[in-house]
Design a protein around this ligand. Structure first.
Ligand SMILES: Nc1nc2c(ncn2[C@@H]2O[C@H](COP(=O)(O)OP(=O)(O)OP(=O)(O)O)[C@@H](O)[C@H]2O)c(=O)[nH]1
Ligand SMILES: [Mg+2]
Length: 229
């Protein structure tokens, strides 16, 4: 089953080269880096290392959506991960395997269950992942412990979800809709480390963190309560 890796990346020149170079090319059909206005040469570095560059409007979800739409027609499996080197590519085979074995449609990597390098997640992020997990267990009966970026979904399942969130709420929208659409969901532990360079767009920036939190809360209310998703 061909696999496309999709990496939203905004000004990740210090890390994207390492991330793309580390791809297990024998396991994947392509690595797409989605850029939306980087001013530091992110796209050129990623292309040099062998990534396919896609451009999109600004926004984490917008980038994920553009990458999904641009994936090779033959790809049945879509993988999302960040471009800052925080996700550990050694975890990729374990994340893909349940879909390849046709035991799952959506596999999410939980950093809460894995080993985190000190400082790689704020206590508030850990709390938010667990708290949202409890809420979704009570409302939808699904078990999540994190809203982490490293995740894999069957392409046909993603198309069913009709994703629309263009911001940092994208991850949670996928999780809620996956539950509502009764996808077979598996959560697997993944390890997580500090970004290997560059500057944080979310967790290390107070105003961006607040905006992301508000957006995530809005998605939680809207998508959970929507009659049809
Ligand atoms: N294409 C695109 N990528 C984005 C955008 N905002 C963030 N990203 C990427 O999304 C990923 C997550 O952003 P990060 O800055 O790492 O957020 P974070 O993990 O909360 O923060 P750190 O803990 O500092 O890593 C990174 O690969 C960013 O480059 C955006 O508007 N467009
Ligand atoms: Mg990061």
């Amino acid at each position: 089953m061909p696999v496309s890796i999709i990496i939203p990346a905004l000004n990740e020149a210090e890390s994207i080269g390492h991330v793309v170079r580390s791809m297990p090319w024998h396991l994947i059909a392509e690595c797409i880096v989605v850029d939306n206005g980087s001013t530091d040469g992110t796209a050129a570095i990623a292309a040099f290392e062998g990534a396919r560059i896609v451009t999109s409007p600004r926004g984490y979800g917008a980038a994920c959506l553009a990458g999904s739409n641009a994936a090779l027609p033959a790809s049945d499996i879509l993988v999302y991960m960040d471009g800052d080197g925080s996700d550990i590519l050694d975890d990729l085979p374990r994340l893909i395997a349940p879909i390849q074995r046709n035991e799952a449609d959506f596999v999410i990597g939980s950093r809460i269950r894995g080993t985190r390098e000190p400082g790689s997640m704020l206590p508030s992020q850990v709390f938010a992942g667990k708290f949202v997990g409890v809420l979704l267990r009570l409302t939808l009966g699904v078990r999540y412990t994190d809203m982490g970026p490293f995740r894999v979904i069957r392409r046909s399942s993603l198309e069913e979800l009709k994703m629309s969130e263009l911001t940092y709420g994208w991850n949670l929208e996928m999780q809620i809709k996956a539950a509502k659409h009764k996808l077979r969901i598996v959560e697997i532990s993944v390890d997580y480390r500090n970004r290997i360079g560059g500057t944080s767009k979310v967790s290390g920036n107070l105003s961006a963190s607040l905006q992301a939190a508000i957006r995530i809360f809005e998605v939680l209310l809207r998508v959970t309560s929507a009659r049809s998703s």
